[in-house]
Design a binder for this molecule. Structure first.
Ligand code: SF4
Ligand code: SF4
Length: 126
């Protein structure tokens, strides 16, 4: 059983209650398809300019998170035709933030949760 945590973006916190993130994790789909078995052990909200994500991740590690996923809406946008990465999501710096979190915690970090864009394979920092 892999214990997972999710970091979301504050820009979406009043619009989305993470329903599809939770559904996909529970069903081991989309960004969570690679796990035989997994459970959610925590969720934190990143705040701009993003430095806080490092300390939040350290807390998640202390709570025994074994990997951290970052929400799809941080790097992809919803259109009439589905989700696309081309126009970006809520965060211009998400790769940089994920890289720092991985470096500081040593935890695997995965860019993606729910409704992955077509032809997108979750980028993972390991
Ligand atoms: S990835 Fe989707 S379900 Fe998860 S917080 Fe963003 S918009 Fe909501
Ligand atoms: S730094 Fe990026 S992920 Fe964090 S709150 Fe701001 S836009 Fe969202």
């Amino acid at each position: 059983m892999t214990q997972l945590a999710i970091i979301r973006c504050e820009k979406n916190q009043d619009k989305c209650p993470m329903t599809n993130c939770f559904r996909c994790l529970r069903g081991k789909k989309e960004g969570f398809a690679g796990y035989d078995d997994c459970m959610l052990i925590g969720v934190f909200t990143c705040r701009c300019p993003g430095d806080v994500a490092i300390n939040l991740s350290k807390i998640l590690k202390a709570k025994e998170a074994e990997a951290i996923h970052f929400c799809t809406c941080t790097f992809a946008q919803k259109t009439d035709k589905g989700w696309f990465v081309e126009d970006g999501g809520f965060c211009e710096d998400i790769d940089d933030i994920i890289g720092k979190v991985h470096k500081e915690t040593g935890l695997p970090c995965v860019k993606g949760t729910a409704h992955l864009p077509k032809n997108y394979t979750p980028k993972t920092w390991t």
